[in-house]
Every structure is written in C-alpha cells, then in structure tokens.
Write a protein that binds this ligand. Sequence first.
Ligand code: HEM
Length: 402
Amino acid sequence: MHDPLGLYAPENRTDPYPVLARLRREAPLYFAGNEGAGSYIVTRYADVSAGFRDPRLSASRAEAMARRLPPEAREWVAPVTGNLAHWILLRDPPDHTRLRSLLGQAFTPRLIEAWRPRIQQILDELLAAIEPGEVELVHALAGPLPVLVIGDMLGLPPGDRHRLKACSDAIAAFFGAAAMTQALLADARAAILELEDYFRRALAERRAAPRNDLLSALVAAEEQGSVLSEQELLSTCTAILFGGHETTTNLIANTVSTLLRHPDQLERLRAEPGLVASAIEEVLRFECPVSRMGRIARVDFEWHGQQLKAGDRLFLSFAAANRDEAQFPDPDRFDIARADNRHLGFSTGPHYCIGAALGRLEARLTLEALLKKFPRWELLETPVWLDNLTVRGPAALRVALG
Ligand code: HEM
C-alpha cells in the first residue's frame, strides 16, 4: 500500500484529525492506495467545496467500483453495482436532475415539519423503554429511531425494521470498507437481493391499492409518465432507506458521545437549551457522520500540480474540510455556540443531502428529549468507532443515564 503519510493506518481510525491536518498542510491532493486501485484524497475546505460543484468530477461511480474487483467477482456482484448505479447519489445530469426534482417534492422542509408529531411519538415510545441506569444507546435509541421514521414515511410495517436495518448495515459496510473482503461482498449482495425482493412486493401492493405513503407516491410518478424505470424505482427505495437512517443514527450517537467528551459544553447546553440546534450543527462539523464522498475525474486535468487522468478516483473529505483552520477559527475546539458554521456535513452542490431537514429534526428532538428526561449522563466506556472509512460513528455507546 502506497500511503507515506499513514492516512489508512489503523491507529488513525479512532482520531483521524491529526493526519488529515497534515494532509491539508502538506499534501492537499494526496494519492494513496495500490497500483491501479488508488485514489486521491482532497482535504482543504476550499477544494472540497469547489470539488462538489466541479463539472469535471462525476458522481457516477458504480462501474468504477466494479472495475476495482477481480474480474471473476464482477458478474457475481452485479446485483449490487446494478442497484447502486441507479441511486440518485451516484447519478449525473440529466438523470440526477430528474430524480432530484421527483424526490425533492417529498422532502421539502414543510412536508418534513409535518412529520414532527409522528417522529416525536416514535421517539417517546423508544424513550419510555429506557429506564434510568446503564444503557447501550445505539441499540436502544440511535439505531431504531431513524429506521422506524424512514420506514414509516415509506409505508413499511415497523416489525420489518430489524431486517431492513441489517440489510442497510451490510450496504454501509460495503460502501466504506477499508479493505474489501469476500464476506463484505457476499453480505452486500445478499442484502441487495433481499431488499429488491422486499420492495418489489411492497410496490406491487401499492400498484394494486395505493396508500398514503412515499412508495405509493413513487409508483404514481412511474405510472404518470414513465418518469422512473423499474430498476430506478427499486434503487430509489434502497437509497432512501439507506440514506434515511445510517447517517442519522450516527448523527445522534456522535452528538451524545461528543457532548460526553466535552462536559463543559454539555453543562452549557443544559443551562441554555436554546442552543440545541446550534449544537447539532457543531456535531455535523466536528464529528460528521459522513466522512467523505467519492467522485471520478471525467477528463484529464491538473490540480495542485498533479496530472489527473479521466477515470481517476477522488475522495473529498468532509472530516478534513470541517476542521480547516482557513475556514473555521480554532477548528479543533468543539463549540456548541459556534458562529458562521458553514460546515460541509451534508455536502454541498447538486448532491447536497436531500434529507438534511429530516436528519436535523430527528437529532434535535432526540437531544431535547434526552436532556429533559435524564439530568445526568455518564460515559461508561470509550466508544469503539465503526470500522468504516465513509460512515463515522460509534459501534456502541454504553452510558449511564439518571
Ligand atoms: C442526519 C444525517 C445525515 C447526513 C450527515 C447526511 C449526509 C449526506 C451527504 C454528505 C450527502 C451528499 C453526498 C454527495 O455529495 O455525494 C447526502 C446525500 C443524500 N442524502 Fe443524506 N444525510 C443525512 C440524512 C439523510 C436523511 C434523513 C435522508 C432521508 C431520506 C437522506 C437522504 C439522502 C439522499 C437521497 C441523498 C442523495 C442526494 C443527491 O444525490 O442528490 N440523508 N447525505
């Protein structure tokens, strides 16, 4: 592995920020990886921000993911890449524009606000089951809340959430794997096949008898003028299920764990509960749940004195950009009242997170409810981070609440 500055060294997984700071200073376009399978990492705020708007970079990378696999694995894994290839996240215009205007209608701030009472109800039910004492918060709250909420919006029965979450976890592990293994591929393949089968049946039920849910709205859009192909419909369901909960789980878990590691800020928040929204924004900057996103060079071009070739892979690092001293004064300080916090936690440009309003609402309601119900929080053990280069959050969060 060519990685002279140690970006991928396992010891940097827990605290990646010092090595990212070094990259920002010394190697703003850093190449790491094996021959033929490497990628560039972009770390400065100005570059990351510009990169997500740069038409020379393409979001369409499912085929590139497949090309990195051994030839004999490519056909076998085609169900995965075939599904991902139609995710809005991995499309360029004109497909991206079409999907975005369709999905945008379901995620306007006004419509999301209308979900507030239902989200609060789901949250209250989960919180009612948490007694004062020791609890593992990812399992008890941060994991189930977002999957129940997005499942409800799609119109899926709450009892299916364990399978849906297991499938989504397998896709997340594939997406951000530090090293691809046969087991990760096999799990992702099984998850995609299960989800496609599941959504095929759920969509057929809506075709026969429409309901008041997002799946029915997607079916209606398809029927009203073939706006979506069958594969796009299945891929869109998968993408919304995935996008709608892995990230929010980690936003909630990172909020609690970061506040626990900064007791002065937790104390301030208790004294000034009006800072809840601002505290969530600071978590999106300081410990962003999505660390990086990939792009592919469409054409040859020079950047930071290096020659990029069409087809080269780049990762634009939110985690690095959000700690750039050129953008944020005292960037390694966690400050829940930070002013002018233009973090990139939800990305920027045409792929800016479509679920930002929903994710924010879930996280704010959860934080408010936890502060209200439990005046005392204590961290019982240092959390172990998920072994994932894209999704950042604790695998488990053992706390005592009183
Ligand atoms: C709360 C934490 C969340 C975080 C940190 C987050 C982060 C992100 C980021 C970084 C992107 C942009 C990727 C890029 O530029 O390539 C994105 C896109 C997206 N997110 Fe989120 N997200 C969150 C919640 C949600 C929720 C609740 C949904 C609900 C459906 C959602 C659905 C999506 C979708 C569909 C896209 C693709 C948009 C496009 O390609 O145009 N996200 N998200």
